[in-house]
Write a new protein. Structure first.
Length: 516
């Protein structure tokens, strides 16, 4: 039975999906904070949150048994992802379910700003019929600066085109070709600040985007500019924006998100800034978006807990269901080869999903269960392991081949594996000894001279000790007259058996291996 905690308000359909599984115990709680969250979280396998629950370093460090955090939305800045990764907790989000809602909302903000609708509404509520104070501007032929051209930014740009706006865009990760296709002119931030009539930000909050627009940037802008932030509080410096509004340096702003939410106890200067539309983080608050993200998150949690399948992870490579099924045998094989390498080389190794699987296998014999698919890569990096991954399409004698080369201070090990019929993972090369074996369970790896009698004597000794041989594979190098025998056995042999085998004439080395 897996325990799943749902905090923040998740659409009922998402909760229903999870409750349909007999394997899940689903508990719904209001948004929890601090100690209450720490206490409650103990013993849960999964948690589903929106933006209100803060899964801080302290909360995650105190958690026990948590395997997956699902964010029913895009931004994961309420989750300490590095701590989750260190603890081996998969973090997934629901990246596309609220894109349209947030893009439409940004547009609603832009038009409301251009036509001063909320201010006119407030005046009407005061029973003032004022037709002079609320003269606005058209969007036609105006320049819109879009900073961050991901899912939401590009949808905003598409809508702006329909309104006849010119779009200047900035996103270090968007190619010129793609921008042109989208009808966006890529421009420097400086040009966007200088030429735009409206500026909207759609980036995540990162060290690079925190305070992206501050006093200096506002100084470059037109006096008539209107600024919109439906992305994350803190991308635009709140004090600088409030000051620009109060001094009339800019025409207006629309803000949905704040550096601290709710912003009331932090005396946010935007609260009493003029010409500023404020909303309580509503970009994704539509029936459609909430339905979409709840289903995406519930399915991600179910697929992970029941099948180990990872989709939309922000700290693990994601694979689709089809890809996962195709890769399953490779993942297992890579992990097993990693385990073989670790036991051969010892733990002084200096050196996609398969790499992580291999690394998991490589570190498990020394670090035990603390290492998993999520933290195997950071574990390797923290130990100074150098990694190189290459994909080679050149045809070879195998339909697929996983080649792994591990270098330690003292030696180098080359392992090859292949998967047959999408399920049977075989090790086919061990340091240029070719054979075909399943690296699993109790095994003896015997390096010997390629002379008659060795295999027989090994079999006799094991038989005398009542150790059953499950399979035996021999790889030979004719040029050096050396051989390698991999013997799968039903139980772990005593140390004296290994000593006895090592004394067999022609045997040079015997190593016991155990692979899950
Ligand atoms: N107000 C609300 O309720 C909602 C807010 N959001 C927020 O909107 C933002 C955008 O979401 P999506 O478009 O779904 O994300 P996305 O990941 O599709 O797009 C973000 C874009 O920002 C770009 N970017 C990153 N660093 C940048 C930098 N330094 N300068 C310029 N561009 C940079 C990335 O290349 C990417 O293209 C996120 O912060 C998300 O949390 C999303 C949904 C609802
Ligand atoms: O998806 C996002 O990034 C959002 O900001 C939406 O937040 P919410 O789920 O409405 O608390």
């Amino acid at each position: 039975m897996f325990r799943i905690l749902v905090t923040d308000k998740l659409d009922a359909e998402g909760v229903e999906i999870l409750k349909r599984y007999k394997e899940f115990d689903v508990v719904e709680k209001e948004t929890l904070k601090g100690d209450a969250l720490i206490q409650e979280l103990r013993g849960y396998d999964a948690i589903i949150v929106r933006s209100e629950t803060k899964l801080t370093k302290e909360v995650l460090e105190a958690s026990e048994g948590l395997k997956i955090i699902a964010r029913a939305g895009v931004g994961v800045d309420n989750i300490d992802v590095p701590t989750a990764t260190k603890k081996g907790i998969v973090v997934v989000n629901a990246p596309s379910g609220n894109t349209i809602s947030t893009a439409e909302y940004t547009f609603a903000m832009m038009i409301a700003l251009a036509r001063k609708i909320p201010f006119a509404h407030a005046s009407m509520q005061q029973k003032v019929w004022d037709r002079k104070s609320f003269k606005g501007v058209e969007l036609l032929n105006k320049t819109l600066g879009v900073i961050g051209l991901g899912r939401i930014g590009t949808e905003v740009a598409k809508r702006a085109q329909a309104f006849g706006m010119k779009i200047l865009g900035y996103d270090p990760y968007l190619s010129e070709e793609m921008a042109t296709k989208l009808g966006i002119e890529l421009a420097s931030l400086e040009r966007i600040y200088k030429e735009s009539d409206f500026i909207t930000v759609h980036t995540p909050l990162t060290d690079a985007t925190r305070g992206l627009i501050g006093k200096k940037e506002i100084e470059m802008m037109k006096k008539s500019v209107r600024i919109i932030n439906c992305a994350r509080g803190g991308i635009i410096d709140e004090a600088a924006l409030a000051e620009a509004l109060k001094s009339g340096r800019i025409a207006g702003a629309a803000v949905d998100v704040y550096s601290k939410e709710p912003p009331f106890d932090s005396a946010n200067p935007l609260l009493d800034a003029p010409n500023c539309i404020l909303a309580p983080h509503l970009g994704a608050s539509t029936a459609e978006a909430q339905y979409n993200v709840a289903i995406e998150s519930a399915e991600a949690v179910a697929n992970f807990l029941l099948h180990g399948m990872i989709v939309n992870s922000v700290n693990m490579p994601s694979v689709s269901k089809e890809e996962f099924n195709r890769l399953k045998a490779f993942v297992q094989l890579a992990e097993r080869l990693g385990s073989v390498a670790a036991q051969i080389l010892g733990n002084s190794v200096s050196i996609c999903l398969l790499t992580r699987s291999f690394l998991k296998g490589l570190f498990m014999p020394f670090l035990g269960d603390t290492v998993n698919y999520v933290n195997s890569l950071p574990t390797a990096q923290a130990r100074g392991v150098k990694l190189e991954e290459t994909i080679d399409d050149t045809p070879c004698e195998y339909t697929n081949l996983l080649k792994i080369i591990v270098k330690s201070d003292k030696e180098q090990l080359e392992l090859w594996g292949t998967v047959y019929a999408q399920v049977h993972g075989k090790m086919v090369n061990f340091n240029n000894y070719f054979f075909e074996a399943t690296p699993s369970g109790n095994m003896l790896l015997i390096a010997n001279d390629d002379v008659p009698g060795v295999v027989g004597r090994v079999g006799t000794i094991l038989g005398e000790k009542n150790i059953n041989i499950a399979s035996m594979h021999v790889g030979r190098k004719k040029e050096t007259r050396k051989a390698l025998i991999l013997v799968a056995i039903d139980q772990k042999p005593e140390a004296n058996v290994i000593e006895q085998l090592a004394k067999v004439p022609g045997v040079n080395k015997v190593k016991f291996l155990y692979v899950e």
